[in-house]
Ligand binder design. Structure first.
Ligand SMILES: [Zn+2]
Length: 259
């Protein structure tokens, strides 16, 4: 297990949500890695601090009475009365409840603070999941004419599929995944022994945006949009290789030949 793997699993480990194998792997890694052990200790301290009773306050009686009165009325009239509760109070209460009740969500805020980008965090999770759970591919094929039809009927859009073997990135298969609550297509490519996952889904804006690269948890993530699709490529190959991959995929000349 690498430090990057440990970083991704450490929150679930802390919450006792891992299976026995992963849990043992994280524990073993922390035996040998002071950095990850220190990270774990910091999160454990944080979680303990959040569970301190002095963080919890009894709501003022007026608010409690108002709340009781509001929630006691029949459902049919509740909707009409609800706006009388100050929205700021409702929002603050909801936020505090979410903060205090869900440790993992709280920690997730911290975690995604690396880039402040939830989308990148989701793609990283999808990528790691695909590598760890032997769920890399639903359809295994080096033939784009097999991969493309496989998605038909599984998605409400037709993903763009290209083989890039000539450019050094052979297509090896595809699968379905989810990003921001949508089903997305993932094409799986190889670069020597490395895996490249290319996520894609339709966008409505039609605003073409150029490649942007970020580093997250040791992975390179490159995003771009064309007129109709958002693309996110992720891999542990170096950034220049992944840029080369993204350019090859965007290249219209070979796209026309590949279609
Ligand atoms: Zn480590």
């Amino acid at each position: 297990m690498t430090c990057d793997d440990a970083k991704l699993l450490i929150h679930a480990y802390l919450d006792d949500e891992l299976d026995a194998g992963d849990s043992a792997s994280v524990a073993r890694h922390m035996d040998d890695c002071t950095a990850c052990k220190a990270r774990f200790d910091a999160y454990a301290t944080l979680r303990k601090a959040l569970s301190q009773p002095e963080l919890y306050h009894r709501a003022p009686d007026a608010l409690r009475q108002h709340w009781t009165a509001t929630t006691a009325v029949p459902a049919t009239t509740r909707r009409a009365r609800r706006p009388r509760m100050p929205l700021s109070v409702a929002a603050a209460a909801g936020f505090v409840a979410a903060l205090l009740l869900s440790g993992p969500a709280w920690l997730h805020l911290l975690r995604s603070g690396h880039t402040g980008d939830a989308l990148v965090a989701e793609v990283v999770s999808g990528h790691v999941r695909s590598l760890q759970q032997q769920h890399l591919m639903d359809v295994v094929s080096t033939n784009q004419h097999t991969v493309k039809p496989w998605f038909e009927g599984k998605l409400d859009f037709a993903p763009r599929v290209k083989d890039l073997a000539d450019e050094g990135f052979p297509l090896v298969g595809g699968r379905l995944d989810a990003v921001e609550g949508h089903s997305v297509a993932v094409l799986v490519y190889k670069r020597r022994l490395h895996v490249i996952n290319l996520f894609q889904w339709p966008v409505e804006t039609g605003a073409v945006s150029p490649q942007t690269a970020t580093q997250e948890h040791g992975y390179t993530v490159i995003r771009w949009t064309d007129a109709s699709m958002q693309y996110v490529a992720i891999s542990d190959v170096n950034e220049s290789d992944l840029r080369q991959f993204a350019l090859a995929f965007q290249n219209d000349g070979s796209a026309a030949a590949a279609r």
